[in-house]
Ligand binder design. Sequence first.
Ligand SMILES: Cc1cc2nc3c(=O)[nH]c(=O)nc-3n(C[C@H](O)[C@H](O)[C@H](O)COP(=O)(O)O)c2cc1C
Length: 338
Amino acid sequence: MVDLECDWMGLRLRSPLIVGASPLCSTPSAARRFVDAGAGAVVMASLFEEQLIADQVAAHRFFDSYIDTNAEARSFLPETDVFSVASTPTLNLVTTLASELDVPVIASLNGVTPGGWTGYAEQLQEAGAAAIELNLYDIATDLSETGEHIELRQLHVVREVVAATRVPVSVKLSPFYASVPSFVARLAEAGAAGVVMFNRFYQPDVDLETLDIDRHLHRSTSAELPLRLHALAIVHGRTNLSLASSGGVHLGTDAAKAILCGADAVQLVSALLEDGPRQLQRIHSELTEWLDLRGYQNLDEARGATALDNVANPHEFERLNYMHMLQSWHPRKPRTIR
Ligand SMILES: Cc1cc2nc3c(=O)[nH]c(=O)nc-3n(C[C@H](O)[C@H](O)[C@H](O)COP(=O)(O)O)c2cc1C
């Protein structure tokens, strides 16, 4: 039977299937069930820059209000971690999961501006996180901030998080860069160890009855996978960063496609929100069966088999494929109705 063991940023995983950042592993028993079903690692829900800054501000306000008390009285004040309203439960959960699970527990930080909040990477590592996933969820809204400026700001955040911790840092990206490959190369220079492609953008709809914004969070479908496959195939073999897909994996064959295009690891959320650990078990079995049927002994043999790194001129290849697809289009024959 095929061996699913793999490497993710230097961490040995027993399977490439990772429970992606979400509330799915917010209790030790839920996380344990995913691990038993075949997860190679789990990513926790994000701690957001905004929450962490609010914690720090609350702490400063508290101490400022005692600024005039004498030194002895101040020594009785609680330690600053009393104020870690947002981070304390997460730090405690990291410690519990890390001690109870025999797979790596990855903590997630989510933010886009440099600042003191990036220092929480160290606390997460000390709590037991085997790696940090940094989510750069960044929507451009400022007409005067250029793409180059946004990228420099994001790289600054990456460098700060990397500097704050000794564990590997992966960066979860959006697909909207003028050049994903170039940004991936710059992430490597900034010290990242892996890249997760991609974030989903939560596009609100307009409710025409209430004229309000409908913020419903829809689960993905496999239709979102090709965007990831395309990017993986382009980047594979051209970077030393570990590559993970995130988005649109619902079947074992979806996971196989991501690996064939170059993914070291495959993250899942929506599929698991639908049917929990049972779905993970199904995906694990389907992936194993698909690889076995084709005679693969391990994932190294399959990884990148359909990637673009063997193509001499990927840019020209992409243009020609695009042109061919448009020019060879023909309407499907209507089905005969008897
Ligand atoms: C309910 C829910 C909560 C999520 N929470 C986070 C989060 O805290 N941090 C993060 O980086 N991504 C979060 N995500 C995004 C997922 O990690 C993942 O990137 C996205 O759902 C695409 O993968 P999928 O198609 O397998 O769902 C969340 C997604 C869902 C559906």
